[in-house]
Design a protein around this ligand. Structure first.
Ligand code: ADE
Length: 220
């Protein structure tokens, strides 16, 4: 999978080199391209934003610059993700669906967002455009939201996780249930024992206990 991100803060994407994502890149499972939006400005001040039509507080990112940047990246295979708190809510199902994509471009807006014509234009040219929010709160920009999505999506790619079974069992993967609580050694820590049943060796009973616990969490 190829993942491009366009941002005025390329440094935000440094964590892509770490941990699972760094290894996935080394193994050639995913390739990241981080692009500085200001490279596509043409004025001396490298300005990327301007005042909103209709008035109001804040600044809006200029469509010409976004168009110049995205034109260099978009292909018929691309899923263009525009991060905005007004977008469709990101969830595990959406992550699974994007895990089948071959090319994703993350457009990270700042300020009051990107001129609305940018998404409209690419959609009108039959590109796949998705406005996505990671939750009902307002971030300073789309960079952190992109990182959240990239991590959730790329860990689903074959070969990224050491043990692919963890994908099957984990939270949300089955029926939208949260995962059961997990324990490791020692058997008692600060006077709190591990539930006896988990040490019983009775696999059927353990499976039942786990699914009951997962169901309890789901109803909280
Ligand atoms: N940009 C600002 N807030 C955001 C959010 N909650 N999700 C995605 N992009 C954003």
């Amino acid at each position: 999978m190829k993942i491009d991100a366009v941002t005025i803060f390329p440094d935000y994407f440094a964590p892509l080199q770490l941990s699972l994502l760094g290894k996935a890149q080394e193994r050639g499972i995913v390739e990241f391209g981080i692009h500085d939006l200001r490279d596509f400005t043409t004025d001396n001040h490298h300005s990327v934003d301007d005042t909103p039509y209709g008035g109001g507080a804040g600044m809006v990112m200029k469509p010409e610059i976004w168009g110049a940047a995205l034109d260099t990246l978009m292909t018929p295979q691309t899923d263009l993700i525009i991060l905005t708190p007004a977008g469709r809510r990101f969830d595990q199902r959406m992550a699974e669906s994007f895990a089948g994509s071959t090319h994703m471009v993350f457009a990270c807006g700042r300020y009051e967002g990107i001129d609305a014509r940018v998404g409209e234009y690419y959609a009108s040219k039959n590109f796949r455009v998705h406005e996505v929010s990671i939750g009902d709160y307002v971030l300073g920009g789309g960079e952190v939201a992109s990182l959240v999505m990239i991590e959730a999506i790329t860990r689903l790619l074959p070969g990224v996780l050491g043990n692919p079974d963890s994908l099957v069992e984990e939270s949300h993967a089955t029926d939208g249930f949260l995962e059961y609580p997990n324990y490791t050694k020692p058997p008692t820590w600060r006077e709190i024992p591990v539930p006896e049943i988990l040490r019983s060796g009775n696999h059927a009973a353990i499976a039942t206990w786990r699914s009951d616990e997962a169901a309890k969490r789901a109803h909280k």
